[in-house]
Design a protein around this ligand. Structure first.
Ligand SMILES: Nc1nc2c(c(=O)[nH]1)N[C@H]1C(S)=C(S)[C@@H](COP(=O)(O)O)O[C@H]1N2
Ligand SMILES: [Mo]
Length: 520
């Protein structure tokens, strides 16, 4: 008789429904097994990535042009998890389809598995420093996927040969074993990768005191206003934007920074070389070009490092060079105008942040910070090379993806409080407050326009230098009702932030932020 939902009864996949369930389930199980095994193998080789990670990385580096604006924003902060989950779901769907086809055509399993293996292997090979071993996790994963599907689905036995229950038991036992094995392999892989992957020696590093310390913050910085952004951003609150799906873990003992290209003499520096030098500390605000109007992709820290001009001078920059193309260990590049390294601003080769060795997510052991330039043209983390070259000869990572070549930070102001519609504001004196920036130029004035009123000037807290943002505040006598507040800043050159709304791509968003506040 035919029992709905039963496994192959009375003949092989008597019901189309049986075939779908059995095929899809086997495909999913096979994909899980492949990933678990690949993860386990990848754990043994420091430079080898699991297939999902390497495919995800290829996606990051190759998103189509129309998605670029989305991409720089998206790959910015937390959405790496989304990308990895997306890649995994895609893989599982693909495996389910292959499983269903395999119930009819045995050959589908090896073909599908080979495709999986090839895409994974090809992706792994494109990663920096990938040796031939990089293909091993994907290929073994592919073979495992094929064997699991074949084992679970072939031969499709007919009910007159094997009883329904035996057949079903075979499937359930087989698939449970595979699932358990895959989970164990994957879990073990995760644990082992912590053991085998390069460990950083960040914890052993003792930062020297700066020979030239940062200016003490003037009193009046950080006025006592709830909800106002703190002047110095703690490391764990500092915005994070990079293309790295897996944070590069560099060991400072083996690390070497190469200075090369259009120089009189190539140089190389170890971390110890840098820590032995006279270090300067500066408070500088870093901003991401993908920051939107009202956005929070800007933060301020105390950076400890070596003036970049000193390093370039030791190699000797040749005539005609106009670009410093810095490259990270994971092949991100930024193109910084050499002019901005020599015009007297504090362009730094950074080894410390807020009094600690550079945190791993911030580019341990060394990164660049150049006041006044967006991060994508200046702030390379996990630095590996400084290439002296020209803009005509070489294009940096985001330049190749339609972003600008020259990208000074634009004048910008943001309202931190009130927080807009969701915020409960009671009538009376209300502190309106926020931050404004034009790093390296400085902010002279922040103004607010409330409803149809005239522009009124906000109070500015003091700043240690023109390289940081400024905290502003305004005492507003709020009356009940719905109100609009618009903010704009004027920089130290007397230029007022433009009201023209443009998107971040190619060289930074502009426009005034406007919030709506409901006062009760
Ligand atoms: N290696 C590497 N460095 C990088 C990036 C990257 O993707 N990879 N992104 C840059 C960008 S776009 C910005 S805005 C800053 C952000 O630095 P943070 O994450 O410390 O805030 O890092 C820059 N340095
Ligand atoms: Mo950025």
């Amino acid at each position: 008789q035919v029992v709905p939902c039963s496994w192959r009864s009375p003949g092989p996949y008597q019901l189309a429904h049986d075939r779908l369930v059995a095929g899809a389930a086997s495909g999913l199980i096979a994909a899980g097994a492949a990933l678990g095994v690949a993860e386990l193998i990848a754990a043994f080789f420091p430079s080898v990535q699991s297939p999902v990670l390497s495919v995800g990385n290829v996606v990051v580096d190759n998103v189509p042009s129309w998605a670029k604006d989305f991409a720089i924003r998206t790959f910015g902060e937390n959405d790496k998890t989304a990308l990895i989950i997306g890649t995994t779901i895609f893989l599982f769907l693909f495996a389910a389809v292959i499983g269903v086809i395999t119930t009819k055509r045995r050959i589908a399993a090896p073909i599908g598995a080979a495709l999986f293996g090839l895409v994974g292997a090809a992706s792994a090979l494109t990663r920096v420093g990938a040796g031939p071993l990089a293909v091993v996790p994907s290929i073994v994963g592919g073979i495992v996927a094929w064997l699991v599907m074949d084992l679970l689905l072939w031969p499709p036995q007919a009910a007159d040969k094997v009883s329904e229950s035996t057949d079903r038991r075979r499937f359930l036992v087989g698939s449970s074993l595979v699932v358990a094995g895959a989970a164990a392999a994957g879990g073990l892989g995760r644990v082992l990768s912590g053991v085998f992957k390069v460990s950083t020696n960040r914890d052993d590093i003792a930062l020297p005191a700066p020979a030239d310390p940062a200016v003490t913050l003037p009193s009046g910085v950080d006025p006592d206003i709830e909800g106002l952004t703190p002047f110095i951003t703690p490391v764990d609150k500092f915005y994070r934007v990079d293309t790295a799906l897996e944070v590069p873990r560099v060991n400072g003992d083996d690390w070497e920074l190469k200075v090369q290209g259009m120089v009189d003499e190539e140089r190389s520096y170890s971390l110890a070389d840098l820590l032995d030098r006279k270090l300067v500390e500066r408070t500088i605000t870093l901003v991401c070009v993908s920051n939107q109007v009202g956005g929070t992709y800007a933060s301020t820290a105390k950076w400890l490092g070596v003036p970049l001009a000193e390093i370039l001078d030791e190699a000797g920059v040749q005539d005609g060079a106009d670009q410093l193309l810095s490259r990270s260990v994971d092949n991100f590049t930024a193109g910084t105008p050499i002019e901005t390294i020599y015009d007297g601003r504090d362009a730094l080769l950074v080894v410390g942040m807020n009094g600690e060795p550079l945190p791993i997510e911030r580019g341990f052991p060394a990164r660049l910070i150049v006041p006044g330039l967006y991060g994508f043209v200046s702030a390379t983390k996990w630095l590996a090379e400084l290439n002296v070259t020209t803009f005509a000869d070489e294009q940096a990572y985001w330049r190749k993806r339609d972003w600008a070549e020259q990208a000074p930070i634009k004048t910008f102001s943001r309202i931190d409080r009130p927080g807009g519609l969701g915020d409960k504001v009671e009538a009376g004196m209300v502190a309106v407050a926020g931050v404004a920036w034009d790093p390296h130029v400085g902010i002279d004035k922040v103004e607010l326009k409330i409803d149809d009123g005239k522009w009124v000037q906000a109070d500015l807290a003091p700043v240690p230098s023109a390289d940081t943002w400024v905290q502003w505040s305004y005492g507003w006598k709020a009356v009940p009702g719905s109100h609009n507040i618009v903010v704009r800043a004027t920089n130290a050159d007397g230029e007022t932030q433009t009201s023209d709304r443009v998107m971040p791509i190619p060289d930074g968003a502009t426009g005034w932020q406007k919030i709506v506040v409901n006062v009760t």
